[in-house]
Each structure stands twice: as structure tokens, then as C-alpha cells.
Write a protein that binds this ligand. Structure first.
Ligand SMILES: Nc1nc2c(ncn2[C@@H]2O[C@H](COP(=O)(O)OP(=O)(O)OP(=O)(O)O)[C@@H](O)[C@H]2O)c(=O)[nH]1
Ligand SMILES: [Mg+2]
Length: 263
């Protein structure tokens, strides 16, 4: 049963349960909490998802919430500024899918206006980049501008560095579904570099630049944790409650997994 439903059930008891009584909770207070919990249960997590077409935004949402969203292999698939209610295996998630910036000056102006309108309304902003991306100037400008304008707070931002399986030098080790040592070094260097560049323009908290691979289900739990950390405390449960990360071991060599005592 979902966490929130268990909480509502607990708060629905006729009598105040002993542990809650010990906390000094009255029946009236319990009733009010139940109203709050029911309201919260109907408010799915709201995520702003930003990134250029093809970076893997839809694949990422699928990997985090088991959401079965169509993924494009050939052409731009998700329409600009589309607000979509995804149905994950654990319930609804509201995602505003927005294009990245840097393709065209006029289009960028429109995107910035969209960011200003949408970003203050979300629990978490997930900006997805390809991990081998080196052009950071555009995102630096935009972040600086939006933070100065107070359209976004750096504590709500997570930078997802997707597609680490393609980072070079080095190659993906398909047997263990992990980067080779050489590739891991390259990934760490990219992560540090991007983190430094973004910290020059906004006070990004620790552990908010997260390398992962949506398609390999690699480090998606780490990404999810960063997103939970980025939510206001009162809203963290909402994301936690809906999460259903893809299983990284499903891509590990079965013989190896068996030897290691897995299923
Ligand atoms: N190698 C690799 N490919 C990935 C990864 N994540 C996504 N892809 C591939 O990248 C392509 C685009 O993925 P999408 O999830 O549709 O990208 P998107 O950002 O939602 O694209 P738009 O909807 O067009 O904005 C697909 O072919 C995915 O299979 C990854 O971690 N590694
Ligand atoms: Mg998409």
C-alpha cells in the first residue's frame, strides 16, 4: 500500500493510536492532519524537465517512475512546454517537458518566458544534459539570469548528466552494466567540470550534478535521491511515494548475477 494511504488510514482511527497520543496528538489535531494528508495525496509531485531534444528526458522519467512514456529514436518527440500527467506504476506524476536553450535567439526568448512562468510552480527542476556535453555557456547564462530574478531557487535544481554509457575515453562494461575504470574517470572529470562551471553562476548545493544512464538504469537511484533532496521538505514524500526506479541488475550478465547470488 502507498505510504500516504497508510498514513491516512492511521489518522482515520476512531481512537488516537498510543504512539501518536504519546506525541500529544488530540483527536481534533488528528482529524486536521488527516484532511492535510488527503489533500497532499491528491497533489502529485510536479517536475520541470528541461533539456534539448534527444538528451533522454522521457527515458529518464520512465527509468525513475516506471512510467511507460513513448521514447523517440528518430525525431523530436515531446512537444514544447507540454504539461503531462504521467502514470507511473506507483501513481501520478506531473511533468512539464520543456526544451533546452541555445538553438535560436528568438526561440530562446520564448523558452525563457516559459521557464519564468513554470519554474516557480514546481517541486523540482531536473535539467538533463548529455554527459559528454561541453557547451555550458548557454545554461550558465540562463541559470544566472533566472536566479538573479528569483524565478528559481538553486536548492530546487538537479542537473542530470545522462548517457554516461557513451562518455569517452573509455567504454561501457556490458557484462557488469557499469562504466569501465577508464570511463568512470572520464565521467567523474566531466561531472566535476560541469559542477564547477555551474557553481560559478549559482549556489548549487552539493551532489546536485548527477551522472547516470537512463537507458542502462545506471545510478537512477542516485538521481532520484538528488531530486528528493531538491524538494521542499514537506513535499519530499510525494516524490518518494511515486518512485519506482528501473532495475540496474536486469542488464547485468545473468551468469554473473547468478554467481553473485542474485536472481
Ligand atoms: N546510449 C543512451 N541512449 C539513451 C539514454 N537515454 C536515452 N537514450 C536514447 O536517446 C534517444 C532520445 O530519448 P528520449 O527519451 O526520447 O529523449 P527526449 O529528451 O525525451 O527527446 P524529446 O522528447 O524529443 O525532447 C532515444 O533513442 C533513447 O533510447 C542513455 O542513457 N544512453
Ligand atoms: Mg521526450
Amino acid at each position: 500500500m502507498r505510504l500516504i494511504q497508510r498514513l491516512i488510514d492511521l489518522l482515520s482511527s476512531e481512537e488516537v493510536p498510543a504512539p501518536l497520543r504519546a506525541l500529544g496528538l488530540s483527536r481534533e489535531k488528528m482529524r486536521l492532519l488527516k484532511v492535510e494528508a488527503e489533500k497532499a495525496a491528491n497533489m502529485p509531485p510536479r517536475i520541470a524537465l528541461i533539456g534539448e531534444t534527444g538528451v533522454g528526458k522521457s527515458t529518464t522519467i520512465n527509468a525513475l517512475f516506471n512510467a511507460g512514456r513513448p521514447v523517440s529514436h528518430t525525431e523530436a518527440c515531446t512537444k514544447a512546454d507540454a504539461e503531462v500527467r504521467y502514470t507511473g506504476s506507483k501513481g501520478a506524476i506531473d511533468v512539464v517537458d520543456m526544451p533546452g536553450i541555445g538553438e535560436d535567439v528568438e526561440a530562446d526568448k520564448a523558452h525563457l518566458d516559459t521557464y519564468r512562468r513554470v519554474l516557480p510552480t514546481v517541486d523540482v527542476i531536473l535539467w538533463v544534459l548529455k554527459a559528454d556535453n561541453r557547451a555550458m555557456t548557454n545554461i550558465q547564462h540562463v541559470l544566472r539570469e533566472l536566479v538573479v530574478e528569483k524565478a528559481i531557487e538553486p536548492r530546487h535544481i538537479v542537473i542530470g548528466l545522462n548517457q554516461v554509457d557513451l562518455v569517452q575515453p573509455g567504454a561501457w562494461n556490458t557484462t557488469i552494466n557499469m562504466p569501465s575504470l577508464e570511463q568512470e574517470e572520464s565521467i567523474n572529470a566531466r561531472t566535476r567540470d560541469i559542477e564547477q562551471k555551474l557553481r560559478r553562476v549559482c549556489a548549487l548545493p552539493e551532489e546536485r550534478v548527477v551522472p547516470y544512464s537512463a537507458i542502462k538504469a545506471y545510478a537512477t537511484e542516485r538521481l532520484l535521491q538528488a531530486m528528493i533532496d531538491a524538494c521542499d521538505r514537506k513535499r519530499q514524500w510525494a516524490l518518494f511515494d511515486r518512485a519506482d526506479c528501473a532495475d540496474f541488475t536486469s542488464l547485468v550478465d545473468p551468469t554473473l548475477l547468478k554467481l553473485a547470488g542474485g536472481n
